[in-house]
Ligand binder design. Structure first.
Ligand SMILES: Cc1cc2nc3c(=O)[nH]c(=O)nc-3n(C[C@H](O)[C@H](O)[C@H](O)COP(=O)(O)OP(=O)(O)OC[C@H]3O[C@@H](n4cnc5c(N)ncnc54)[C@H](O)[C@@H]3O)c2cc1C
Length: 464
């Protein structure tokens, strides 16, 4: 089908948030209150922090402040791939923290196991399915690169099935696939908005006080308390955890460590049984291709296909604006790629199109820290892979605020910070050059030009 026609009726909003399960807003904060711990941000980072703070110590008085609505940002509009990796894939982890990789993989798997247990224990109805991920190659150079890291992942205990052309097409039938891997345990699929709303409910049931539509404008450090100033009230807290993602940081030092990158996705109408059978997909894995500009895709509970990725867009100047959540040029490109991958679905239409902003840092995986004499902790920089890893980051923030060393806080990965991005306008020029070079690499058998090789050597990068 012509992509423009296929997109004509697609709603311009995130599919997951367009749901009858969306709860009513919780009251704004009016007046003054106190708390042992104040959490800023109602995405996964903040929700996990508040929830696990109460699980660790039920007597703790915890308040969570969300500027808009719980889960409205990246957490409620993503692909719903909850990955075990804490390092944005094993290759990135090996490159940066080779001596810790076995520990990082073990902690990442345990984190995903525990995430699944919380979903079950609290009865969170978010379609959680630990189906793993298919990594598919569409070009020979991609296969060669994938095989390198699989060998190491297997040595570290990961279950990877290597699938040739026939076997991978028997899983998901696309004429573009030439081979790939099925990472069996490294990923669960879920409905991210329902997870956010479920975590919100779990927090409330343990006694966390949540105020929505309550942006924190300023953090004031006094000898007696950390004061969070909001439009109509103040929280005087003993400690603070920031789960504010990519938004205007309340801490100046984070400004040069994060850039906002937009990622886009489409949702199809539900597939009939016959159409689904033409693709196979009986094991319902998440799928990601292995290009630098990659696509990710998956089935929903009612057998739609979420199709996202490819373009990772940095708007010069690094602003966050609602109008950036829609990009027709990208939607058309994504629709074309969908039909190339699944020509048997050429009559399928799209019902939703949307974008969201990602907290990208130069090491592609989150960083953590403390400030204000150990009274404020932060975790950010998940670079497009935070559905699972934010839970680990929340634990790191609680460990840091607790003040006692733990296995997590002893990690070099946790202690080190990423390299900062240069100031504007050099930042925009550098990022656009990198985006162009990445696209060129995909066109030329993955060969990285001088610019990318220099960034690689410096440990700097750009990714979605
Ligand atoms: C299109 C898209 C697809 C993605 N796909 C995947 C995927 O499949 N798998 C995966 O692992 N990751 C994916 N991600 C990334 C993932 O969604 C994020 O890493 C994760 O949700 C980050 O959670 P967070 O809580 O840190 O940030 P956010 O979800 O951005 O939440 C931050 C919250 O803090 C609030 N806030 C900010 N400042 C203040 C303030 N001053 N006062 C009060 N509140 C404040 C904001 O309103 C917001 O609600 C994707 C992201 C996008 C955009």
């Amino acid at each position: 089908m012509d992509p423009l026609k296929a997109l004509a009726d697609a709603e311009r909003k995130p599919y997951w948030l367009d749901s009858p399960a969306k709860p009513e807003p919780l009251p704004r904060l009016f007046g003054e209150t106190t708390a042992d711990l104040a959490v800023v941000g109602g995405g996964f980072s903040g929700l996990w922090t508040a929830l696990m703070a109460k699980e660790r110590d039920p007597s703790l008085d915890v308040v969570l402040l969300e500027g808009r609505r719980v889960g409205w940002a990246a957490s409620g509009r993503n692909g719903g791939f909850a990955m075990a990796t804490l390092t944005h894939g094993i290759a990135n982890g090996l490159e940066r923290w080779p001596e810790e990789i076995a520990t990082l993989e073990r902690l990442g798997t345990a984190n995903l196991d525990e995430l699944g247990r919380t979903v079950a224990d609290h009865g969170i109805d978010c379609g959680y399915e630990r189906t793993g991920e298919l990594h598919v190659a569409t070009e020979p150079w991609q296969l060669a690169e994938m095989n390198e890291s699989v060998e190491i992942a297997r040595e570290l205990g990961a279950r990877f099935d290597v699938l040739d052309r026939e076997r991978i097409r028997a899983e998901v039938n696309s004429p573009t696939y030439i081979g790939g891997h099925w990472e069996r345990d490294g990923c669960a699929m879920l409905d991210p908005a329902r997870l956010a709303w479920g975590l919100r409910q779990a927090c409330l049931s343990l006694g966390v006080r949540i105020h929505e539509r309550t942006p924190v404008r300023h953090v004031r450090d006094t000898p007696a308390s950390m004061d969070l100033l909001t439009p109509h009230g103040t929280v005087r807290a003993g400690k603070v955890a920031l789960g504010t993602g990519v938004f205007q940081p309340l801490l100046r030092r984070l400004r040069h460590l994060l850039v906002p990158v937009y990622d886009y996705a489409l949702m199809t109408e539900p597939l009939s049984a016959e159409r689904l059978a033409s693709v196979g997909w009986r094991n319902r894995q998440g799928v990601g291709d292995a290009a630098n500009q990659f696509h990710y895709y998956r089935l929903t509970a009612d057998n739609r296909i979420l199709w996202g990725g490819y373009d990772a867009v940095y708007y010069n100047g690094g602003k966050i604006k609602p109008e950036y959540e829609q990009r027709d040029e990208t939607f058309v490109k994504l629709a074309e790629h969908f039909y190339t991958t699944f020509p048997q679905l050429s009559e399928v239409r799209f019902t939703h199109r949307w974008g969201g902003v990602i907290d990208t840092c130069s090491r592609f995986s989150a960083f953590y820290g403390l400030s204000h004499g150990g009274r404020l902790a932060y975790a950010a920089g998940y670079t497009g892979l935070g559905v699972g890893a934010t839970r680990f980051g929340a634990n790191v923030m609680l460990d840091l605020l607790g003040g006692e060393p733990t296995e997590r806080t002893g990690l070099r990965m946790v202690r080190e910070k990423p390299l900062p991005f240069p100031p504007e306008p050099v930042r925009s020029a550098g990022i656009q050059m990198t985006r162009w070079s990445i696209a060129q690499a995909d066109l030329h058998q993955g060969r990285r030009n001088l610019w990318l090789r220099t960034l690689d050597r410096m440990g700097l990068g750009f990714d979605s």
